[in-house]
Every structure is written in C-alpha cells, then in structure tokens.
Design a protein around this ligand. Structure first.
Ligand code: 5GP
Ligand code: ZN
Length: 113
C-alpha cells in the first residue's frame, strides 16, 4: 500500500521514533501520545483488520508488546500499561493498517481508555 502512512513508516519513507523491530513487526512512538511512551506495534505487511492478520504475525505483534513493555515502563516511570487495538472506524480506528497501542499508565493519570 503505497499511500498508507504506516507502510511508509515501515519502509523508512517517513520518519518515526522506532524502538523495536524484528522480521514481522516494527514498534514506534505514537506522534500524539495519550501518555508518555505511547507506542504502536505494526506488522510490516499491510493488513487492515486484526481478524485478517495471519497467526504467526499476530504472535509477533503480541510478543513484541510483552517484550518492549517493561522497557517502556522503566523509561517512563509508569507502573502499568494497556494494550489496545481499535478495529473499524466505529471503534476508533483512524489508520487502516492494523496496530497495537501500548499505553503506559500510572495511578491517577486521568486517562480513560
Ligand atoms: P487508531 O485511531 O487508528 O487506533 O490509532 C492511530 C494512531 O496513530 C493515533 O494514536 C495517532 O496519534 C497515530 N499516528 C497517526 N499518524 C501518525 C504518524 O504519522 N506517525 C506516528 N508515529 N503516529 C501516528
Ligand atoms: Zn499499510
């Protein structure tokens, strides 16, 4: 998908603060973070919806979340995190390239997910 913003980030055509990469996924900081350290995990292949992603790529996405979350918490001082995926416009999906949000949390941060 040449015009997809996350495909362009995966290819390196537009800049992003990448914090993790492997064969299947890339993780980078969200440009409009809900909390500091808010990170997006995207498959390198373009899929729109979670239910279209092959099992091995789903595994890579959730494994990446579990792997990077402790480092994100250490870096931000957060004590917890949400892993969220919005699927479909009605659920708040704005970028039609599936992605996991890893959102660092702390007590009383006033964040409503
Ligand atoms: P969605 O609403 O689709 O679940 O989430 C899309 C997320 O992508 C939003 O949190 C938004 O801030 C983030 N985002 C949109 N455009 C860019 C961009 O160009 N770079 C980065 N790093 N994040 C983006
Ligand atoms: Zn894409």
């Amino acid at each position: 998908m040449t015009d997809c913003i996350f495909c362009r980030i995966v290819r390196g055509d537009i800049p992003a603060h990448k914090i993790y990469e492997d064969e299947k996924v890339v993780a980078f900081l969200d440009i409009y973070p809900i909390n500091p350290g808010h990170t997006l995990i995207v498959p390198k292949e373009h899929y729109e919806r979670l239910d279209q992603v092959p099992p091995e790529t789903l595994d890579a996405m959730i494994r990446a979340a579990a792997r990077i979350a402790p480092a994100i918490l250490r870096a931000t001082g957060a004590t917890g995190y949400n892993v969220v995926v919005n699927v479909g416009k009605s659920a708040g999906q704005e970028i039609m390239h599936v992605h996991l949000h890893v959102i660092p949390r702390r007590e009383g941060d006033g964040c409503h997910i």
